[in-house]
Write a protein that binds this ligand. Sequence first.
Ligand SMILES: [Zn+2]
Length: 442
Amino acid sequence: MTTTTTTAQTTRVLNTLKHTLLSLSLISSFNLLAQTQVIHAGTLLPVAGKGTLSKQTLVITDGKITEIKKGFVNPNDINKDAQLIDLSSSFVMAGLMDMHVHLQGELGPKNDSQSLRMSDSDALMQSISNAKKTLMAGFTTVRDLGASAEQIFALRDGIAKGWVDGPRIVASGSSVSVTGGHGDVDGLSPDILAMRTSKTICDGPFDCRRATRHAIKYGADVIKITSTGGVLSDTNTGTGQQMSDDELKEVVNAAHALGRKVASHAHAAEGINAALRAGVDSIEHGSYANKETVKLFKKSGAYLVPTLLAGNTVVEMAKHSNFMSEAIKLKAIRVGSDMTETFKKAYKAGVKIAYGTDSGVSHHGDNGKEGVLMAQAGMKNSDVLKSATVNAAELIGMSASLGTLAPGKIADIIAFDDNPLKDIKALLDVDFVMKGGKVIKN
Ligand SMILES: [Zn+2]
């Protein structure tokens, strides 16, 4: 009896030991197989806004750039298992970053019925597809500023874990907005409105402080607020200031205290200015500005995220489709055309600009069109590329790992056949995408 027990125990101990050794050997073989990739870059733009280099070799190990060498170095000279990626006739730069998207859905005539017919899981599947389109378009990082919190946080985390392919996501979840304002639900029957009102809708400074903390507790990386009315809310509430000064200040203080930046949707000048005075980190759209607006931008160091593509898209939709209500159409035509004029003024005055499309208003995967519109409005091509890399990385506080190509940076790398510094339309045709060392498109 004793002998049997001892034998059984010994077998168990041996099995455990074998299992441990097997795990250890697997781990060590993974380490030995640290993946090295070597990119031959015909034209390399290491830092947008600065010069290009020709014929460079990028060495990538385990998803990070480890070296950048002059000339085309033979991969075998770096590591005998190194894999060569030949971009010797391409323009190579850091992955693009879109600071304003809504991965959950796309604007269209069926929005209302879809939102009632689709389950949360259906909507999440749609978001996964939109995320993939965005990544394939060369956008390796996005900031999602408004979605159902649980869905977008699940998508963000699923992508980070490698379960599905998509851009790195910095997400706000549902926006902190006031009752009846832009960001609150509208256009549905009262019982459905009540059911769908988010816990981040608030009134008064104390309640808005609660809403901000609530958003952070459930996973917000950034706080999205709507300090003015919006084009797409189906209410005759205009595009003027909707969050009061004390509400704005309270949200910014609560967010900053918990280490989160604040992005404010804002159209009318008084709303933009109030948000800037309250200390927000970026103004989204910024359609109307007055003289004080530029001064406040420069004083606060906040970024403007222009979303010209959204302005363009809603103007086209208002003119050529009939699913928008009259209230929306009127706002769309007015705001859409004025947005570009304000962008021109802000750019000339030296306001910091970060690239953002508001995709979800436009089609996901068309994110490159924003750059074309920015260039058409007078922005230098090199500044367009900078706004989508260096500036965007700074806005989300990730300059140490993203936005440029240098040793130590995450290997988010894209390539074009054509040179976007010469023709910005190259942004519409990204030929190669690598995210964190994984080749997504080649
Ligand atoms: Zn938006």
